[in-house]
Design a protein around this ligand. Structure first.
Ligand SMILES: [Ca+2]
Ligand SMILES: [Ca+2]
Length: 114
């Protein structure tokens, strides 16, 4: 069985950086949402990407840090998405870690039959 994940948006409640964050998302280790600039608490960023899902998939949230002197990017949180979420409508998942808090919005659809 295969499903489709419709990634809608992410909202920020708390940042990892003392100033704005530069969040990005990975889906099973591949880029899902490229780095976003100037994200502050209360901000939304549209994702608007559809991915196929087989069994389970992992979404990782990172904050990009490119400043001198060579501060590494910060891992913030991850969630696992499962095919069992098909048909559950709007999914709202908290992604909290490393001082930051974000919310991920998505829907899991059945794969269209031929
Ligand atoms: Ca950071
Ligand atoms: Ca940053």
């Amino acid at each position: 069985m295969t499903a489709l994940v419709e990634f809608q948006r992410i909202t920020c409640q708390d940042t990892n950086d003392s100033a704005s964050d530069e969040p990005y998302l990975l889906y099973n280790g591949q880029l899902l949402m490229p780095e976003q600039g100037d994200v502050d608490p209360g901000d939304n960023r549209t994702i608007d990407v559809i991915k196929t899902l087989q069994g389970e998939a992992r979404v990782d949230l990172w904050d990009a840090d490119g400043g001198f002197p060579f501060d590494d990017h910060d891992f913030l949180a991850s969630v696992t998405i499962s095919e069992s979420e098909v048909g559950q409508g709007q999914r709202i998942r908290q992604m909290k870690g490393n001082g930051a808090a974000y919310t991920l919005f998505y829907k899991v659809h059945p794969f269209p039959s031929a």
